[in-house]
Design a protein around this ligand. Structure first.
Ligand code: PLP
Length: 385
């Protein structure tokens, strides 16, 4: 089964471009809201770094989600698309002074602080403008996630967060500073996680930390467990919406929230990945010495995930119903890693055929680069056809 696309509308467009099925995005957001409504205190933020296309940000903002930002640019993009600063959380190991100032000036909900050095700077900058910065500490829980090593973030060896043994001292330092207010703990163990056991392990770790804080009578208003829920890259048509029920139920079952505590989530990929496809055209079919290549006009500059993480994206020929043949699907960039798929069975392909790389809504358009002086791919939504 192939996905459904407005092929008539595609025919006049210059390729490559991203296409977003905004109906699927809305259904996905509805599924998230339906599940979180069943649990007291659950709050969902969209991780803007997955895709900051303003057309999508707008739909996501309309659905009522908050925004999880990792840069000043993302804070600007979120506010520009309608997100209230009061719903913005801001993480990142290397926040610049101007980015901290921007967060203070806009009055964001929370700075997720990743070191005591950063805490001191936030306290200073807040003092300079007469404000009190709400802060949470990002704790590195040393919990592994069964995913690609480039996208695990919660192991002791990763650069992210504050070590568990330093947590109490960091909180005590924050409590002694006049211009920061400690409001919560933040975690994020990685991305494309499909094993609910990994999230349960995080819950158990948080339960231990909370018991330690109880003993010291340190109140915590907010727990933020980050994002990381994966999607089914193999079956974008059969499983277009991730299993949000299992995900949120895992937290409801395993995490022991204190009375009145809010539980925040930061989902990126799970929100936008399945609604996006990179649409490209076959330029040439080339018979190599041992393989047949389909050379398309999109490259790793448009979608870098296969080159960067050996990621798989399902590939479909939208123009052909002929018998399948086996090809390597490659781009035009002068890099051997510019390969979208090896030994892929595709309907017999000819120059000019439209090819879809599926499940490309997250970490696709936003990671595009101008390497080889290529123009950035535009992004269109369903309403434009
Ligand atoms: C990347 C990131 C997320 C989102 O991760 P997904 O796997 O896309 O859900 C959430 N929180 C933080 C801090 C991140 O860096």
């Amino acid at each position: 089964m192939k996905g459904t696309f407005p092929l008539g509308g595609f025919s006049g467009l210059t390729t490559p471009f991203y296409y977003y099925d905004t109906d699927l995005l809305r259904s996905t957001l509805r599924a998230i809201n339906d599940e979180t409504r069943r649990h007291d205190g659950f709050v969902v933020h969209y991780a803007v770094k997955a895709n900051a296309n303003p057309k999508l940000l707008n739909v996501i903002c309309q659905a009522g989600l908050g925004a999880d930002c990792v840069s000043g640019g993302e804070i600007r993009a979120s506010i520009g698309s309608g997100f209230s600063p009061r719903k913005i959380v801001y993480a990142g190991v290397g926040k610049s002074d101007w980015e901290i100032d921007l967060g203070l000036q806009k009055g964001i909900f929370c700075f997720n602080v990743e070191s005591v050095a950063e805490l001191e700077v936030i306290n200073e900058r807040a003092h300079a403008v007469g404000k009190i910065a709400p802060i949470a500490f990002r704790i590195n829980p040393d919990v592994g996630a069964h995913t690609h090593s480039n996208i695990t973030t919660g192991l002791a060896e990763n650069k992210f967060g504050i070590a568990m043994r330093d947590m109490i001292s960091a909180i005590e330092q924050a409590q002694a500073m006049p211009n920061v207010r400690f409001i919560g703990l933040h975690f994020h163990i990685g991305s494309q996680i499909l094993n609910m056991g990994d999230f349960a392990a995080l819950c158990n770790r948080i339960n231990d930390l909370q018991r330690e804080l109880d003993l010291r009578h340190i109140p915590v208003e907010h727990i933020n467990v980050g994002g990381g829920l994966g999607i089914d890259y193999d079956h974008p048509n059969r499983v277009p919406i991730p299993d949000f029920k299992s995900y949120f139920d895992t937290y409801a079952r395993h995490l022991q929230l204190r009375p009145g505590q809010q539980l925040h989530f930061e989902l990126g990929r799970a929100v936008v990945a399945q609604c996006g496809s990179l649409i490209t055209r076959c330029l040439y079919v080339k018979q190599g010495a041992v393989k047949k290549f389909v050379i398309v006009d999109a490259g790793m500059t448009d979608l870098i995930r296969p080159a960067l993480y050996q990621a798989y994206h399902k590939i479909e020929n939208l123009s052909s119903e002929e018998d399948k043949e086996t090809y390597d699907i490659v781009g035009p960039i002068c890099e051997s890693s510019d390969v979208f798929g090896k030994s892929i069975d595709l309907n017999a392909t000819h120059r000019g055929d439209l090819i879809a790389l599926r499940s490309a809504g997250a970490y696709g358009e936003i990671m595009a680069s101008c390497y080889n002086c290529r123009p950035l791919p535009p992004g269109y939504i369903k309403e434009e056809f």
